[in-house]
Write a protein that binds this ligand. Structure first.
Ligand code: F6P
Length: 496
């Protein structure tokens, strides 16, 4: 699920050929692309499934630069050189992975408390989940400074492009910007809230100042860009903000702010979906979850409170209550992949989903028919694609989401099929996937009605809308996303 790293076979992207030939690329992210584990059988290495890292891995393999990330594995430092670096991929070393040592105390303040209990809920406008503590913010700052110091050391005084990823590293750019020979770009993968929400955060000014260390700052949508520029205006009276040019000038520094909607390797999903094994597995799944035939609904999410799973369950239950004729003829398969289990809100949330599903099934199950199947584990990409093929309707109903790549993956997997995508208006993907059935995830009655509509839409109409969606997803892929970003880097770099 999520971003998949099937770019390995892609020809060298033109921007990569041009940029990497001139300057080294230094990627900075919290997660690392390869993790070494100590086990009873010795040292084992794994590549975390899905996620950002697997999508960026092939880019680094092609550019031969350096990747700076937290060394999270128990055996990570058994294989590193005296400067905490190791060449990867392990079976075909192409680039350097520089691992950062973080203590349990660092992780608590930086990752658990500030990134995931303060910045994450804030940016997803979930203020009842927002937790702030000044001591943890201090740790976040210190750890960000260490990420930046590692990247600077890796640049070794040469001109370099540093590509910083996401909300865990908001302050890294301000430290990097002190080094004149480094061009700093950051991509912010999650939403940016309105200034009225942002002002709840006591460190809002410092957060924004950190991001203004970037020469180029990328967001998922135009709306995020507008919110960010409005935040700068609100927090820095002396800033010059030019929305038409996507430009901020503050204290002699320029930051270009742009929207770069992220995407997927659409062709890889199409090919996986067309594989005979996928078709066979999809048939097995349908037979298992819908023994009497009917409509299979699907949800695939990290178990995260922003994904809207409880309200989705309420909508599904409403549908069952209002339309008893659907009993035994519609099943929801909900995949909820455990995530961030060290964060208290996530532990409670996982338990809440399990309880809600159990209660719903107790109220409505009849004979062999179980209304909701809950899968609480991470699935391989092949298995997720089989689920996409098996499902008649995919429910992607987050309360707020930067993009949501499940929506795009479902569409790319629908070649020759006429599935329906029910999509939250508050997912970044809704700005592109206009032919989806768009819903407000807070309105459970309207969501139930949208599911019913999806069930009853004639095949011809479903096929027409899905074909339009597929064209959109194939027109703008993960390769295009990276090309757009690095063409902009090349355009801006000479002036930086
Ligand atoms: O959506 C933001 C993100 O950080 C992704 O990049 C990542 O795949 C996912 O959340 C999981 O997050 P974590 O690194 O906290 O497990």
């Amino acid at each position: 699920m999520s971003l998949t790293g099937l770019l390995c076979d892609m020809p060298l992207l033109p921007w990569l050929r041009r940029t990497a030939a001139k300057v080294p690329l230094i990627l900075v992210s919290n997660r690392e692309p390869f993790v070494h584990h100590r086990t009873g059988d010795g040292l084992l290495v794994s590549a975390p499934a899905g996620g950002l890292t697997s999508a960026l891995q092939p880019v680094m393999a092609q550019s031969g630069g350096t990747w700076v990330a937290w060394g999270s594995g128990s055996g990570d430092f058994d294989v590193t050189d005296p400067l905490d670096g190791v060449m990867v991929p392990p079976d075909d070393p192409r680039y350097r992975l520089r691992r950062l040592r973080l203590s349990a105390c660092d992780l608590l303040g930086f990752y658990t408390e500030t990134a995931n209990r303060a910045i994450w809920p804030l940016c997803h406008s979930q203020l009842t989940r927002f937790v702030y503590d000044a001591a943890h913010w201090h740790t976040y700052r210190k750890v960000n400074e260490r990420f930046a110091a590692a990247a600077i050391a890796e640049a070794k005084g040469r001109s370099a492009v540093c590509w910083v990823q996401d909300y865990q590293l908001a302050l890294v750019p301000q430290f990097l910007r002190r080094v004149k020979s480094i061009f700093v770009h950051q991509f912010w993968h999650i939403p940016w809230p309105s200034p009225d929400i942002l002002r709840v955060f006591p460190e809002a000014r410092r957060l924004v100042a950190g991001l203004l260390g970037n020469h180029l700052l990328g967001f998922q949508t135009g709306n995020d860009v507008r919110n960010f520029l409005a935040s700068v205006r609100r927090l820095f009276r002396d800033a010059v903000v030019e929305p038409a040019k996507g430009l901020v000038r503050l204290h002699g520094r320029r930051t270009a702010v742009r929207a770069f909607p992220i995407s997927i390797d659409a062709e890889a999903f199409r090919a996986q979906a067309a594989h005979p094994d996928t078709e066979a597995r999809a048939a097995e799944l349908r037979a298992r979850f819908l023994p009497g035939g009917g409509t299979l609904l699907l949800g695939v999410d990290r178990a995260d409170y922003t994904k809207g799973i409880p309200r989705r369950l309420l909508a599904f239950e409403r549908l069952l209550m209002d339309h008893p004729r659907l009993h035994g003829k519609v099943t929801l398969l909900q995949v909820a992949v455990p995530s961030r289990s060290e964060v208290p809100e996530y532990q409670a949330f996982e338990a809440e989903i399990a309880e809600r599903v159990e209660a719903l099934n107790l109220r409505h199950a009849q004979g062999p028919w179980v209304p909701v199947y809950l899968v609480r584990e991470s699935l391989t990409q092949a298995e997720v694609t089989a689920c996409y093929r098996a499902a008649d309707i995919c429910l992607v109903t987050p309360l707020q989401d930067g993009m949501n790549l499940v929506a795009k993956e479902y569409v790319a997997s629908q070649e020759g099929k006429a599935g329906v995508l029910v999509l939250s208006r508050f997912a970044g993907a809704a700005r592109e996937l206009r032919e989806a059935e768009l819903v407000n995830p807070y309105d459970t009655g309207a969501m139930a009605a949208a599911i019913l509509k999806a069930i009853e839409t004639p095949e011809e109409e479903r096929a027409r809308r899905m074909a339009a969606l597929r064209r959109r997803v194939h027109r703008h892929t993960i390769g295009d996303w990276m090309t757009d970003i690095f063409e902009e880097v090349e355009r801006l770099r000479p002036r930086a």
